[in-house]
Design a protein around this ligand. Structure first.
Ligand code: B3K
Ligand code: ZN
Length: 886
């Protein structure tokens, strides 16, 4: 595939106003009849009707009313060009497709005997010929016809018009979507499913039908998704005044799915992982993820569907904004559950979760060959750009707008955005312009966040003048070069600042020239390469607390002594920064061990860690965050060169030290955090369970006999998955002889449960080697690939086993003998033949290979070359590996 460039965007000469689709569904030969009303686009230059098609067998093509030139048809590079005169033309095309042979899970495919679709980004062209671009918004009617016994349920977007029987044991249903939509939002489902149903009223009093469709045996796991949907509806009404616009909203769960879920208009299709939950099979984290993914897809109905993207370069327009919305929703839900007292801490816990993801995944992406702005300038395969940058950094950019404009200003901007662009396919500029206009501000410089790749560095230094009571804070910004972008311009960086006095309390802030001291946290806008802010009227030298709440997606560079970090761990009034101080201190300790500059975990760190862990004024969820070490992927990114073996040894030493030195504290926590009564998903309980599970982890790591016994007992007596799996994870991440028996018992109990087995696969693929007697993890991974439940055709299985090994077990993956790298090449090539999107995701595990120690680089390079040379390699994998080798 050639490189596609943002600058080359051209509107199409012809678009489609309406389309009637008829599907005669058959597993091996599905007939798709399409009738499109094409209209000339007044905003474009003259040209032919252009229809994209891929893996289609064209049976007939008919063009009506297209003037004298009609009938001239060319097909090249997957595009059908039809010459047409006049203003309107009707094109009828019939194609035959083979859903069973479609292992890409893009387009129409089979899963467990049912038919499902996935069209974003470019799957619709695998169903029928169409101008398959998001700037073509058409009205759809869809007729589905299938075998009644095999597929009793027939669904598509919008409203059901009619249904009925047909001869030969077949039946049909006809659907109409009242809203024009781009083809990527088309969906159909024909399968044997049952629905959990609710009827609810929208804010304006309209009755709407909500359905969660699952396989019959899973009905008892669909309740939480339904509740999450209702909460999402309410939240969007209350927060943004946005109401559901359809009479019916459906969620369908499918076991074979490339990613998390898809926001098709009125017919969201979900990976089972983000729908199904009951206490015996799902952890607190699963419940939380379901709530946020259901919300995310629901919120897309406005941010994505009603207003969509003009082209795929604008992807962050819908994704960054919708991730921001789901993050806010989750924070509000957590705060509500925590009550007024615990709300601030509950929000911080959510923020910490999100920042952990950003730092581990997005910072690494920004530092490698795939680095791109949140609005990329070019791509070869758009599916490679559903990235942490577009999503998570994109959400940070929206969050900065929210921070700069305030809640009300942001809401005004949203209102104006919808009033201008409802029903349109637009660009990121349109969004930012609406924000600027609604608030009477200039956001031109802010737009650089959409243009520049790379993680900015903000260097901070302070100067204290005791005589005048002035603290001068100097902030300097610098963004390192990224591929194709050697030079960067200064960005608008909101830096939330607090100043802590020697007594541990925040000081009211007064900048030079201001008459009154104000709040204790305020947002400074850093817009130049360097700026100095003078705080006056201070009684003593303050300790700065910068980037509170992680007010911008940057790396903050600030020289702080260990004592200062310990002080902020104990006193920072901003809970996010309190956590961050603990992370910085832990990072320093671990990297010193890994680099050989230290031989033991310093006592002072253990003491500071202990004080935070045992601070009963803090809620357990926060303490669990504070006591969890920084992610290995993040630490690797902070290491130069990255040395996975040394880092792993340092992490093991740190876990053992903290586990052993604080054994009594951990044991006490196991008791104190016990949750009585039947399981319910509640953030307060979840925090207690998280801290209890972490205690088991540390004790098991240290080989503490009492801890291991507690883990074994809990594993056997647990009545919910959070505790059962927490205990199992502790045993597996230890030298306990009980671990194999526990893994076997877990497998036996859940042998027929695909989602729970994914956890079982992932746990083993991610296992560290806590003693040398244990075989390399790769041997275990290879053995598990032969397990009856494993399949290379099921993305969840691939992500659980191979994905965890490649992306979350660096030391084992990068074993010195190069066995992991050879295995990677073998699996990427095998996967690519089935499913290029999944293969490309796995391929990305080695893109940052240049950051590794030379010996590893020499082991990795030939494997990258081997993959690139594989015959028939997809453009998806070519793009990733090609960029890695460039
Ligand atoms: N919009 C989809 C992602 C589609 C990915 C296509 N490769 C899910 C989401 O972001 O909500
Ligand atoms: Zn999304």
């Amino acid at each position: 595939a050639p490189t596609i460039r943002r600058a080359d965007y051209q509107p199409l000469a012809w678009t489609v106003e309406r389309i009637d689709l008829h599907f005669s569904l058959d597993p091996d030969a599905t007939l798709v009849k399409s009738r499109m009303v094409c209209v000339r686009n007044p905003a474009a230059e003259e040209g032919p009707i252009r229809l994209w098609g891929e893996a289609l067998e064209r049976l007939s093509l008919l063009v009506e009313g297209a003037g004298p030139a009609a009938g001239t048809v060319r097909e090249a590079d997957g595009v059908l060009e039809i010459d047409a005169g006049g203003e309107r033309a009707v094109v009828e095309v019939t194609t035959r497709i083979d859903p069973r042979a479609n292992t890409t899970l893009s387009g129409l495919y089979l899963s467990n005997g049912g038919f499902f679709t996935q069209c974003e980004a470019e799957g619709f062209r695998r169903i029928t010929y169409f101008p398959d671009r998001p700037d073509v918004m058409a009205r759809y009617t869809v007729t589905l016809e299938a075998d009644r016994a095999a597929c009793p349920v027939l669904l598509s977007n919008g409203n059901l018009l009619e249904e009925g029987d047909l001869p030969g044991g077949r039946h049909y249903a006809r659907w109409e979507d009242p809203f024009p939509k781009p083809s990527y939002l088309f969906a159909l489902v024909a399968a044997k499913l049952v629905a959990l149903e609710r009827t609810v009223a929208t804010a304006s009093g309209r009755e709407v039908l909500l359905q969660v469709w699952v396989e019959e045996g899973n009905l008892d796991r669909s309740e939480h998704a339904m509740e999450s949907l209702i909460h999402s509806m309410r939240w969007d009404e209350e927060t943004f005044g946005l109401e559901l616009d359809l009479d019916r909203f459906m969620i369908v769960a499918v076991g074979d799915f490339n990613m998390g879920a898809m926001e098709n208009k009125g017919l969201n299709i979900f990976n089972t992982k983000f729908v199904l939950a009951k206490p015996d099979t799902a952890t607190d984290v699963d419940y939380e993820n379901i709530e946020s993914v259901v919300a995310h897809e629901y919120f897309h109905n406005w941010t994505g569907n009603r207003v969509t993207c003009r082209d795929w370069f604008q992807l962050t327009l819908k994704e960054g904004l919708t991730v921001f919305r789901d993050q806010q929703f989750s924070a509000d839900m957590l705060a509500r559950a925590a009550g007024p007292e615990g709300a601030v801490s509950a929000r911080a816990v959510k923020r910490i979760d999100d920042v952990r993801v950003l730092r581990a995944a997005q910072f690494a992406e920004d530092a490698g060959p795939m680095a791109h702005p949140i609005r990329p300038d070019s791509y070869r395969e758009i599916n490679n750009f559903y990235t942490a940058t577009v999503y998570e950094k994109g959400a940070e950019v929206i969050r900065m707008l929210h921070t700069l404009l305030g809640t009300e200003g942001f809401r005004n901007g949203m209102d104006l955005y919808f009033s201008y662009h409802d029903g349109q396919a637009v660009t990121c500029d349109d969004f930012v312009e609406a924000m600027a206009e609604a608030n009477g501000v200039d956001l031109d410089q802010f737009m650089r966040w959409y243009e520049q790749a790379g993680t900015p560095r903000v260097k901070a230094s302070g100067a204290w003048d005791a005589a005048s009571g002035t603290y001068a804070l100097t902030l300097a910004q610098h963004t390192p070069p990224t591929p194709g972008q050697p030079e960067k311009q200064p960005l608008v960086i909101p830096v939330a600042v607090g100043l802590i006095g020697p007594d541990g309390r925040d000081r009211p802030l007064r900048l030079e020239g201001e008459s009154q001291p104000g709040a204790t946290t305020r947002v400074l806008a850093l817009t130049a390469a360097g700026q100095t802010f003078r705080f006056v009227g201070l009684d003593a030298e303050p300790v700065p607390s910068l980037l509170r709440g992680f007010s911008a997606p940057v790396v903050l560079e600030l020289d702080e002594t260990d004592e200062r970090l310990a002080f902020r761990m104990a006193h920072d009034a901003d809970p996010f920064n309190r956590w961050d101080a603990a992370q910085r201190y832990a990072e320093r300790v671990i990297l010193a061990l890994a680099g050989g500059q230290a031989s033991a975990v310093p006592q002072a760190f253990v003491a500071a860690f202990r004080a935070l862990l045992n601070d009963a004024a803090l809620d357990p969820a926060f303490r669990a965050q504070a006591a969890a070490l920084p992610a290995e992927a993040y630490l690797l990114e902070r290491m130069s060169p990255a040395d996975p073996a040394a880092l792993r040894a340092a992490l093991i030493a740190t876990m053992r030290t903290l586990g052993g030195a604080l054994a009594d504290d951990w044991l006490a926590l196991i008791d104190a955090m016990r949750v009585d009564g039947a399981y319910r998903y509640h953030p307060g309980d979840a925090g207690r369970r998280a801290l209890g599970n972490l205690a088991l982890r540390y004790l098991a790591a240290a080989g503490d006999a009492r801890g291991l016994a507690a883990a074994s007992t809990r594993f056997e007596s647990a009545t919910d998955m959070t505790e059962r799996f927490g205990a199992l994870a502790a045993l597996v991440q230890s030298t306990s002889p009980a671990r194999e028996a526990a893994l076997a018992a877990f497998h036996e109990r859940y042998r027929d449960d695909a989602l729970v087995l994914d956890k079982w696969f992932a746990l083993q693929a991610g296992a560290w080697r806590w003693d040398d007697a244990v075989a390399p993890t790769l041997e275990r991974v290879r053995a598990l690939m032969a397990d009856a439940a494993f399949s290379l055709s099921n993305p969840n299985k691939v992500y659980a086993l191979l994905g965890t090994f490649f992306r979350a077990n660096a030391a084992e993956f990068h074993a010195a003998d190069g066995s992991g790298h050879a295995f990677w090449a073998e699996q990427v090539v095998a996967l690519d033949a089935k499913n290029p999107q999944v293969a490309a995701r796995m391929a990305r595990a080695l893109e940052n290979w240049c950051r590794y120690a030379p010996a590893l680089q020499s082991s990795i390079r030939p494997q990258l070359e081997r993959v690139l040379a594989a015959p028939g390699l997809s453009s998806d994998v070519q793009e990733i590996v090609g960029k890695a080798l460039a």
